[in-house]
Design a protein around this ligand. Structure first.
Ligand SMILES: [Zn+2]
Length: 278
């Protein structure tokens, strides 16, 4: 879908999806909460559909891609492959992308960053939080068990996929203006360098959440997620960005929301609720 924020346009560029049961992802949720989340599930398998892709943000001379999907080949149960066609369908050539901003460096966000050992977006400046680069690209990074079973690390790990970008990366760290109108908000926890992103233009604002949460109901109910790097910090970050979204009535989306849809979080005195933007 298309969201406009002042003179900024934000298009959804779907690369693919992955699916998991809500029981597997969110064992901490109550039966009632999980039943509510099932309204977002595949009706046949009962699995939560987690979309994977990029947000294409255009303003002024900038053509910015947030994250780069799974890539041309599947990564474990993450199925991508559509991102290039989705960009072309928007009339955007690879060479027109001016900036690639990574929300964090997990394999399902860096897939199209390079192909065959070359930057896939030839004219782009690639940007990420320095803490994630230092963590994932370090030769000392020990690949956790869940990454080993859900990817092929010799192809998909950040230190392999992003190696061709080493001399062209631009870093920020925590709270920082990444580009005029795009501000990172420190939300470390899912990974050491996970951030939220405030998009601002002409007095209007929106909030991108990356993988701070992976579903609308994770955001509403404050559920834990199995593969956070630091669970306590991740849950604190979730509550911080949720408060920001509620108090400032900001449209929000996250990289794996079903359909990568946008909505508002409201609080009715009792609990948080989701108001979808169609
Ligand atoms: Zn992800």
């Amino acid at each position: 879908m298309l969201l406009t924020v002042g003179s900024m346009t934000i298009d959804t560029i779907v690369d693919g999806e992955t699916r998991r049961t809500i029981d597997f992802l969110y064992p901490a949720g109550t039966a009632e909460e999980r039943a509510e989340a099932e309204t977002f599930s595949d009706r046949i398998t009962g699995e939560l559909v987690m979309t994977i892709g990029s947000y294409l943000v255009r303003f002024g001379d900038r053509v910015v891609l947030f994250d780069t999907g799974v890539g041309s080949q599947p990564v474990g149960t993450y199925i991508g492959g559509a991102l290039r066609s989705a960009l072309l369908a928007q009339g955007v050539a690879l060479a027109e992308i001016t900036d690639v901003i990574f929300t964090h460096l997990h394999a399902d966000h860096i897939g199209w960053a390079t192909q065959n050992g070359q930057p896939f977006f030839p004219n782009a400046t690639y940007r990420c939080d320095r803490r994630d680069w230092n963590h994932f690209v370090s030769p000392e990074y020990e690949i956790p068990a869940w990454e080993i079973v859900s990817s092929t690390p010799e192809h998909d790990a950040a230190r392999v996929r992003l190696a061709p970008l080493a001399d062209r990366m631009v870093f920020w760290e925590g709270d920082a203006e990444v580009l005029p109108g795009i501000t990172a908000i420190d939300a470390a926890g899912h990974t050491p360098g996970t951030d939220a992103f405030l998009l601002e233009s002409d007095g209007e604002r929106a909030l991108l959440l990356g993988d701070i949460v992976h579903s609308v109901h994770e955001l509403l109910f404050g559920w834990d997620f199995p593969v956070h790097y630091d669970h306590e910090a991740a849950l604190a970050a979730l509550r911080r960005v949720r408060s920001l979204a509620v108090e400032q009535h900001l449209p929000v989306s996250a990289a794996h929301f079903t359909g990568m849809g946008w909505g508002y979080v409201t609080h009715d005195g009792d609990r948080f609720r989701w108001q979808s933007i169609h």
